[in-house]
Design a protein around this ligand. Structure first.
Ligand code: 13P
Length: 251
């Protein structure tokens, strides 16, 4: 039985005061022993204060990115070890905004996945097709490439700390959510690719989250799909009530 996860990706939002208040409200709302894993991923400078606000709660901390390097002359980068020391359990890797806006390559994403897992973090690896790729019928080829290139070389133990987030680029921040059927089709395909490349056991234990305009209204339908194991939530994670409603939709 795969454990479910709902993670909030706050992106480049919140003041410090807002971040503390949001984390506190999520921690209070989730309670002591939720039946689903919950995480929040604030901007880098708020990791330590948010870790403080989450102390003693069941809500885990995640970073929105991670460097592929352990230390050294890499201006602006933050290493996996630094994230662990700041209190992070998760790092998001390969978010579409980093792939398409910042220009991260499949090879860099593979290095980041390895670096984060080797340091002991859990990784939320994002993948998904653009609208042009979907319209041209290239979805399966894109998933094949992203699954293969990002995950090459992982050990079985490292697969145990991996979560995939399917985030169709056309659904991110657009208010246009994939239908439950579209999400299920994509998740089943990604799982089948993982099975053919890395084995059935790894694929059947791998949580695959859906991300892209998830709201309290759409969450239950998406999460009811057999291959949808929770969500990576952007805009709707910035309000505690809405985010908690999405968490409850998994349960
Ligand atoms: P939205 O929920 O705002 O569409 O963002 C999704 C996302 O990118 C989560 O990582």
């Amino acid at each position: 039985m795969r454990r479910k996860l709902v993670a909030g990706n706050w992106k480049m939002n919140t003041t410090l005061a807002e971040a503390r208040a949001l984390a506190g409200a999520v921690a209070a709302g989730v309670g002591a022993s939720p039946s689903v894993d919950v995480a929040v991923c604030p901007p880098y400078p708020w990791l330590v204060p948010v870790a403080d606000a989450l102390k003693g709660s069941a809500v885990a901390l995640g970073a929105q990115d991670v460097s592929a390097e352990p230390k050294g002359a890499f201006t602006g980068e933050v290493s996996p070890g630094m994230l662990l020391e700041a209190g992070c359990r998760y790092a998001i890797v390969g978010h579409s905004e980093r792939r398409h806006v910042i220009g991260e390559s499949d090879s860099l994403i593979n290095h980041k996945v390895h670096a984060a897992l080797e340091a002991g973090l859990h990784v939320i690896l994002c993948m998904g097709e653009t609208l042009a790729e979907r319209d041209r019928g290239l979805m399966e080829r894109v998933f094949q490439r992203q699954v293969y290139s990002a995950l090459a070389g992982l050990t079985d133990e490292q697969f145990g700390r991996l979560v995939i987030a399917y985030e169709p680029v056309w659904a991110i921040g657009t208010g246009r959510t994939a239908t439950p059927d579209q999400a299920q089709e994509a998740h089943a395909f990604v799982r089948a690719r993982v099975a053919s490349l890395y084995g059935e056991k790894i694929a059947s234990g791998l949580p695959i989250l859906y991300g892209g305009s998830v709201t309290p209204d759409t969450a239950a339908g998406l999460f009811a799909q057999p291959d949808v194991d929770g969500g990576l939530v952007g805009g709707a994670s910035l309000k505690a009530d809405g985010f908690l409603a999405i968490v409850r939709a998994v349960v």
